[in-house]
Design a protein around this ligand. Structure first.
Ligand code: ADP
Ligand code: MG
Length: 258
């Protein structure tokens, strides 16, 4: 078997705060293969963003191992793309300039790449538009295109569609799957929407809170395109829901002091 692209081993993260220590992640072990689409799901505060930031090299203050292509992650870099919930575009730059970032569109190879990305994220015709002229979904597509410009090995997305309405969100899921199928970029996608987690993923990682730890990893062996109303989809949904129900029972037992 080939070596994993992203390897997380015995990862622990503690935040020291004025109110005390928060053990945000506990002994996380996760190996992600090249080309895989992983979704990470779990209740608020269970450490999803912390895990993603560490994988992206945005937080290097942790214990354990985090490796990308066998090399220790020591900081952010062009091999790792990160998408936040809000698009974070430069309001004074057009769509194409936001995507090109610090590269010059006068260079033919940059122009070509940006044009291809604009087509890939379905924004043809909006090259010269400004962020204020875009809907939330379009703006997030610009930020995805920008993250893809330098061909990252991995794209880490932290609830990227969380602020969008249900219809836009469903459309964005399809666009993202098209991008994944076209580019084969490895994806790690955080969400707290169970349907979204199943619709996109090869495997769904379920986190539990206090401290954040992996509860289970559910493979999703359904062919694409997936139908959310299909029986096989619903079966996986029940499986994941039952994991959360077990989690609630556990919490009830803990809070009752049993
Ligand atoms: P999620 O993304 O799953 O909602 P987070 O990763 O943001 O969870 O947070 C996990 C835990 O770590 C929470 O208890 C949160 O309060 C705590 N935490 C996150 N960031 C910090 C920080 N910068 N300082 C202190 N505690 C933090
Ligand atoms: Mg979060």
């Amino acid at each position: 078997m080939s070596a994993p692209l992203l390897e997380v081993g015995r990862l622990n993260k503690v935040f020291e705060t004025k109110k005390g220590r928060v053990h945000a992640l506990h002994n996380i072990d996760l190996a992600i293969k090249e080309g895989e689409f992983i979704t990470v799901i779990g209740p608020s505060g269970c450490g999803k963003s912390t895990l993603l930031k560490i994988a992206a090299g945005l937080d290097t203050d942790y214990e354990g191992e985090v490796r990308l292509s066998g090399e220790k992650v020591t900081g952010p870099g062009i091999d790792k793309g990160f998408i936040f919930q809000e698009p974070r575009l430069f309001p004074w730059l057009t769509v194409e300039k936001n995507i090109a970032a610090d590269l010059s569109l006068k260079k033919p190879e940059v122009r070509q790449k940006v044009d291809n990305l604009i087509e890939l994220v379905k924004l043809t015709g909006f090259e010269k538009a400004y962020p204020r002229e875009l809907s939330g979904g379009m703006a997030q597509r610009v930020s995805i295109a920008r993250a893809l410009l330098r061909n990252p090995k991995i794209l880490l997305l932290d609830e990227p569609f969380g602020a969008l309405d249900a219809f836009t969100r469903a459309h964005m899921q399809e666009v993202l799957l098209d991008i994944w199928q076209a580019n084969k970029t490895t994806m790690v996608f955080v969400t707290h929407d169970i349907d979204e987690a199943i619709f996109l993923a090869n495997r769904v990682v379920i986190l539990k809170p206090r401290p954040g730890a992996i509860k289970n990893i559910i493979p999703v062996d359904l062919p694409f395109p997936r139908k959310k109303a299909s029986t096989s989809f619903q079966e996986i949904r029940y499986k994941i829901l039952s994991e959360f129900e077990k989690l609630d029972e556990l919490e009830l037992v803990e809070s009752a002091g049993i």
